[in-house]
Write a protein that binds this ligand. Structure first.
Ligand code: PFF
Length: 446
């Protein structure tokens, strides 16, 4: 039984939709703020080009040649020790784990769309109170919007690659580009725009330490959707004869462009209306609403548009986070798509409720270990551990385990003379950087 395939444009939009997510618009600006701007952006860009692009091509290749769920693809492509290598495919689990908090955050965004319609906080202090009340004591609102998020995501993936995922991306992605592009253009007309450009592109290397390096590499992986089986699973539904290299380049450029545009726009608004670039994860939920308030009625429109675009970015990534496990149960256990979608949905929905509880004042003490609550643990474990491990497995698998001739046959014609550079980067630069990241995390170095 096989399955509808992506059209070429559908694939590009879906892979870009996966990559462009909360990571670009919510996370990238605040970590850039935290690490002081320019030097961090530069490191992130170098990582994206040197490691991200190489691994993206490798991940696409595994999916494209495997043409199945992630576990089966590894099993099929390993020349020997298939029963060992199939475990490489379990990186798909990371996506489902990320969904535990990703769906909750999409829920907050829905809540902010609705509240921005009725009014914005008039000061950063008021915005802070609103956000922390929602987070620490308002279980009902979070549960309600987490339920909406779960229902929407499950509905889309239950409709499949063509009727669900491709359609969603065909509609939402162009709208996302228009909204972010439009708001960015407006930002360029403000006096503070040059200050934002300076902040993001003038490197101050004194702000850079090993934590900044680890964060940049981790974020490059997260933002490009690497190491969780998402790109691999989508490429398994790609028509034969497609160019993986141009697809990867387009996705990397689109993803980077949106992150940079969103960052420039947010920092311009913050400088113009007096917010703090370094205000942390609350940047878009706390500083930004207060900034929008300062803009008057235009601010209300911007706030709603901004949170809608954030929701779109989140939803198109969310479907790619659950799809790998759905595909796994369909391929390996012959589950129907509906059954797989509902059960995967229920998993992240129910565990997501634990994540919400872990931030509530009344429960957090039961759900906090070593200074991190359950919500933060899931984020930390997936983004900084599972993801680099997934990347390492792919670079070793394509770089050392798959016969070079098989890799070359597909990629030499597409990469031309750049093939050798890519292969080198995959075999040496990517794995060495990833090992450094892991050692650093484990506290061995840095
Ligand atoms: N790339 C998404 C973001 O930037 O928010 C998150 C993500 C989606 C990570 C899919 C991994 C993945 F497989």
């Amino acid at each position: 039984m096989k399955v509808a395939r992506f059209s070429r444009i559908g694939f590009i939009l879906a892979a870009s939709g996966s990559a462009i997510g909360l990571g670009n618009i919510w996370k990238f600006p605040y970590i850039t703020g935290k690490f002081g701007g320019g030097a961090f952006v530069l490191m992130y860009l170098v990582t994206v080009v040197l490691i991200g692009l190489s691994i993206m091509i490798a991940e696409m290749l595994i999916g494209y040649l495997g043409r199945a769920d992630t576990v089966t693809s590894f099993e099929k492509l390993a020349p020997k020790n298939k029963q060992f290598w199939k475990y490489g495919g379990f990186q798909a689990l990371a996506g489902l784990l990320v969904m535990i908090y990703y769906s909750v955050v999409i829920g907050w965004i829905f809540n902010y769309i609705v509240t921005s319609l009725s009014g914005l906080p008039s000061s950063v202090d008021e915005a802070k109170t609103i956000f922390s009340t929602m987070l620490h004591s308002d279980f009902k609102t979070q549960l309600f919007y987490h339920t909406v998020s779960f229902a929407l995501i499950t509905f889309v993936v239950a409709r499949g690659i063509k009727g669900g995922i491709e359609k969603l991306n065909l509609v939402l992605m162009p709208m996302l580009f228009i909204i972010i592009g439009g708001m960015f253009l407006y930002a360029t007309t403000l006096d503070s725009f040059h200050q934002a450009v300076e902040f993001m592109f003038k490197p101050d290397f004194s702000k850079i330490d090993s934590t900044a390096f680890v964060t940049a590499v981790g974020h490059a992986f997260f933002t490009l959707s690497l190491g969780m089986g998402a790109i691999m699973t989508y490429s398994a539904s790609l028509e034969k004869g497609q160019n993986l290299v141009t697809s990867s380049i387009v996705v990397v450029i689109a993803d980077t462009a949106i992150a940079l545009l969103a960052g420039l726009m947010l920092f311009t608004f913050l400088y113009e209306y007096g917010g703090e670039p370094s205000s942390g994860p609350g940047l878009v939920f706390i500083s930004l609403p207060a900034v929008f308030y300062q803009m008057g009625i235009l601010g209300n429109v911007f706030a709603v548009m901004f949170f809608i675009s954030l929701a779109f970015a989140g939803l198109t990534s969310a479907v790619s986070l659950v799809e790998p496990m759905i595909q796994y149960f369909i391929d390996r256990f012959s589950w129907s798509r509906i059954k797989a979608s509902v059960l995967m949905g229920l998993f992240f929905y129910l565990v997501g409720i634990v994540a919400i509880l872990s931030q509530l004042d009344s429960f957090s003490s039961y759900l906090t270990w070593e200074n991190k609550n359950f919500f933060d643990w899931v984020d930390f474990f997936t983004a900084t551990f599972m993801l680099p491990v997934g990347g390492l497995i792919m670079s070793i698998f394509v770089g050392y385990i798959m016969p070079k001739s098989q890799v070359e046959k597909v990629l030499r014609p597409q990469l031309g003379r750049a093939f050798d550079t890519w292969y080198f980067s995959l075999r040496y630069i990517a794995p060495i950087s990833l090992v450094i990241v892991m050692l650093n995390l484990a506290g061995v170095i840095g």
